[in-house]
Design a protein around this ligand. Sequence first.
Ligand code: MN9
Length: 288
Amino acid sequence: MRGLYTALMCSFDENGNVNEKGLREIVRHNIDVQQVDGLYVNGSTGENFLISKEQKKQIFDIVKNEAGDDVKLIAQVGALNLDEAVELAKYATELGYNAISAVTPFYYKFDFDEIKDYYNTILDNVDNDLIIYSIPALTGVNMNLEQFGELFKNDKVIGVKFTAPDFFLLERIRHAFPDKLIYSGFDEMLLSASVLNVDGAIGSTFNVNGRRARQIFELAQNGQIDEARKIQKVTNDLIAEILDNGLYPTIKGILKHKGVDAGYCRKPLKSLDQEGVTRAQEIAEKHL
Ligand code: MN9
């Protein structure tokens, strides 16, 4: 399960329905052009927290059907409705997803016992491995080294998608749990995480910049830090402009410019206006 995974975008039509043809094109683009090792499906980048349970299942179906066994697949199933999380975990497992992942439960200020119970409830009900999805900036959930260790006691918890700029904690987790998988979650910090010997990365910008992400990761593993730093620099020139124009809509705009029907974003996320579309095209021309 090591390697580079795209946090997969989903294509929606103007009314917020899944655009199956567009989603298949995004899957193919990631496998054939970006050449990533796997896809992380229904994460933040997939606008997971804006869609219905039925749409989540529909997306799991389409992605598995299009990808087949070409790449590894991770299904993000986390939800505040724990019954839904369990149902989605079972569903993706039956479809053949290689692992599931679940965001830490958010919004209510759950204590750690509640967080642990959430993960163990999902895992008691499904015969699959799980990757914790930790993204404190969006969830407000900050777990410490001991708490990660508590969750890792369950053998089915095989790792963490670590989306935080806390390299002290990342180093401590790496050192304390050499057998767990750590995936770097911030693409603009991939080099720094790679130097600390993460096992892979999961990123939204890999939808358009996956090949450079691989260069950064592999150069760092080979100890070629100067070369890796140069690729991270051009990557971050790209990411800075994407963030400035709006993260998910701009990645969609770039995909469209490349002939991939990435569709609209789900409301209340905005899609690009005409000026934003032009800017996304300029970003693609300049950096990709
Ligand atoms: O999954 C992504 N996180 C979110 C990882 O979208 C919340 C990252 O790839 C970021 O989008 C990216 C830009 O900040 O690093």
